[in-house]
Design a protein around this ligand. Structure first.
Ligand code: HEC
Ligand code: HEC
Length: 345
């Protein structure tokens, strides 16, 4: 555990200059600011997100000092977990696959978890701490523990103007850090000009460009962006994407509908879906191509004449969709020191 090592001048979290394709009203994407779920009383500050970063990586947040948020949300994996189910503080397994965290700020209805059981991010971040499988900690005990940990007083003071450690402040700071995780420097982003228009020349291979066109095709094609929307590549709302004809094992938000995290960095966040059933992007594409299951709540974007859609893609087209999704990998984001473990030296 030990003491975090932090930069003299804080990293920049509060003033991010997003590129034009995030912020202008272009027909493909639209302005993401309308999707921003940041509440007025918890705008990101550099000191708040810095405290959030330390908390996110601190194993003291678990009952036996073994497990941090970062144990199940790994930066190199887009803040998801390569294990199908994550391992909690006492060796127990989580009920679903860990979710990647990039662009969580831009989920419009502002609810969190695959089944959206947390109404806000501020509510969400306190739940894993108290979860009996994940971190097993009591919030009152956590306040006492962090008050007794020498370096926290100054961090709380910088962020909130006094050294008091409260669970409300823990929640605010963790939420600021998570919302600061915006990914916008992938190969895909390099293809946009300052006017927000995309030009593949010199950036994309022919295969990647074919994949992009399929992803953003209309109703006659895969039409992935009907649901995975905007430059943040975020789902519009929870949906049933035809994984199972019978969803009794897990109904998600109801009727087998689930939230999905952003597809940013999707190539490094395997396995996929709420239960981590698919090990590769090829399997995901195969699902959308020929595996959609009928269900009373199946999203209409995945139906044709009332039947589960069959895309009949060629192997080359399926490969192209995978190649396009691989362009969403953002090495700057995955290695940015401002999101890294401050306890590591
Ligand atoms: C033991 C593993 C584990 C730990 C520790 C853990 N998480 Fe998670 N996290 C998960 C899993 C699994 C899910 C999905 C659970 C579900 O939806 O039922 C998840 C979901 C989330 C989500 C929802 C993302 C979305 O888009 O809806 C956020 C945010 C999150 N975790 C943040 C945190 C923070 C902050 C901490 C530390 C306070 C933390 N997690 C600790 C495993 C973990
Ligand atoms: C009807 C809306 C809809 C359409 C259209 C759609 N998806 Fe999805 N997608 C979802 C939902 C909902 C999930 C999460 C489902 C779950 O885990 O139960 C998801 C999950 C995913 C995931 C896994 C995300 C993760 O973090 O595990 C990938 C990858 C994906 N979709 C790619 C695509 C591609 C490629 C297409 C086009 C061929 C597509 N989607 C079309 C709704 C949609």
């Amino acid at each position: 555990m030990g003491v975090p090592s932090l930069p003299q001048t804080s990293f920049n979290y509060a003033n991010i200059n997003l590129p034009a394709h995030f912020t202008i009203n272009n027909p493909d994407f639209g302005n993401i600011s309308r999707l921003d779920n940041t509440p007025n009383n918890n705008q990101i500050s550099d000191a708040g997100a810095t405290l959030g970063r330390v908390l996110f990586y601190d194993k003291r947040l678990s009952a036996n000092d073994t497990t941090a948020c970062a144990s199940c949300h790994l930066q190199e994996n887009g803040f998801s977990d390569p294990r199908q189910l994550s391992v909690g503080f006492d060796g127990g397994l989580t009920g679903r696959h860990s979710m990647s965290l990039a662009n969580a700020a831009y989920y419009e209805n502002g609810r969190f978890f695959w089944d959206e059981r947390a109404d806000t991010l501020e509510d969400q971040v306190l739940l894993p701490i108290q979860d009996s499988v994940e971190m097993g900690m009591d919030l009152d005990d956590l306040e006492v523990k962090l008050t007794a940990t020498s370096f926290y007083g100054e961090l709380f003071d910088d962020a909130f103007g006094s050294t008091d450690v409260t669970s409300e402040r823990i929640s605010l700071a963790l939420a600021q850090f998570v919302r600061s995780m915006v990914s916008f420097e992938s190969k895909f982003d390099e293809g946009f000009d300052n006017g927000g228009d995309f030009n593949p020349n010199g950036v994309f291979t022919a295969e990647e460009e074919l994949g992009r066109q399929l992803f953003f095709s209309n109703n006659n094609g895969p039409n992935c962006d009907a649901c995975h929307e905007t430059a943040a590549m975020i789902l519009d709302q929870p949906r049933n994407n035809g994984l199972d004809a019978n969803t009794n094992a897990d109904q998600g938000t109801g009727g087998g509908r689930f939230k999905s995290p952003s597809l940013r960095n999707i190539a490094v966040t395997a396995p996929y879906m709420h239960d981590g059933r698919f090990g590769t992007l090829e399997e995901v594409v195969e699902h959308y191509n020929s595996g959609i299951q009928d269900h009373p709540q199946l999203a209409n974007q995945l139906q044709q004449n009332g039947q589960p859609e069959q895309l009949n893609l060629s192997q080359a087209e399926m490969n192209a969709l995978v190649a396009f999704m691989e362009t969403l990998t953002d090495e700057s984001f995955l290695t940015d020191p401002k999101f890294s473990d401050p306890f590591e030296d």
